[in-house]
Design a protein around this ligand. Structure first.
Ligand SMILES: [Fe+2]
Ligand SMILES: [Fe+2]
Length: 271
């Protein structure tokens, strides 16, 4: 099973790069992903015309299952109501024999800070407790600070409680966006992945537009980071995820899975 994780399209913004958008769609369609996860900031300011563009843009990705959550930019200007009209629930859930994926709205109207909310913890627990499959939580905001992104801000106000919940449940992956820089943290048995933006010039320093692809086979996941501008990819990490009641030893340590942004190791060309 192949899962693509994209984030922060920021369509409608002046920094959106149509050429990168075309490349991203082409790449995802070419790898024939079964699931695409979109972790928020589809629009720049939550306006109706931006949502219409985002809807058309995402519809061009040929994939059986797309899970979409809003970002702080989508929740501006009552945009979250348009989000619900177009994408349905702000708390999507998908499950098959191999994977359980829960999307959570971590935004609040017109506020950039994240907030998951105590009222949503039981949903996370209910949906992501089963240990017999890969379990993924998707939200817009990062739960752990990301280096190289300037002053820390917007982290969910209840990040500590959600971190503890994810670690206690041994959720395999927590996927987010917001920071526009790819990064990977491992905490206990849970891997926290922040996807970059694949289509916007809202980048950090001299980093590049990117998205991630997760190759899932049995209980092994290989995470690939795709550089959209260069048409190249590299393996960002490999993980054996824990099922059943295995001890922590069942998880392969992937601390240090991140390659420095300037590094050339393992880069392979797509185009
Ligand atoms: Fe963003
Ligand atoms: Fe954001």
């Amino acid at each position: 099973m192949r899962i693509a994780h994209i984030s922060d399209i920021h369509i409608g913004g002046t920094n959106f790069v149509p050429d990168w958008g075309e490349k991203m769609i082409e790449m995802i369609n070419r790898i024939e992903a079964e699931i695409v996860l979109v972790s928020g900031d589809h629009t720049d300011d939550g306006y109706e015309h931006e949502f219409e563009k985002a809807k058309e843009f995402l519809a061009r990705i040929k994939v059986p299952h797309m899970i979409v959550v809003p970002g702080n930019h989508d929740s501006r200007n009552e945009g979250y109501t348009i989000f619900e009209e177009i994408f349905g629930t702000r708390f999507p859930y998908f499950e098959n024999e191999e994977v359980a994926i829960l999307g959570i709205d971590s935004t609040e109207p017109d506020i950039d800070d994240g907030h998951i909310g105590r009222e949503n913890y039981p949903l996370i627990e209910q949906r992501l407790s089963a240990r017999n499959k890969l379990r993924i939580l998707v939200l817009h905001h990062h739960l752990i600070p990301i280096p190289g992104t300037g002053r820390e801000r917007n982290i969910p106000v209840d990040a500590g409680d959600v971190l503890r919940l994810c670690v206690d449940l041994r959720v395999n992956f927590v996927l987010c966006g917001h920071k526009h820089l790819p990064w990977y943290w491992m905490l206990e048995d849970t891997c926290f992945i922040t996807a970059g933006t694949a289509t916007s010039r809202r980048l950090k320093g001299r980093s590049y537009p990117s998205f991630n692809v997760m190759e899932v086979e049995d209980s092994r996941v290989i995470v690939k980071e795709v550089n959209v501008a260069q048409g190249s990819w590299r393996i960002a990490g490999k993980m054996n995820f824990v099922t059943g009641e295995e001890s922590k030893k069942g998880t392969e340590a992937i601390r240090g899975m991140y390659f420095p942004l300037q590094g050339k190791a393992g880069i392979q060309t797509i185009f």
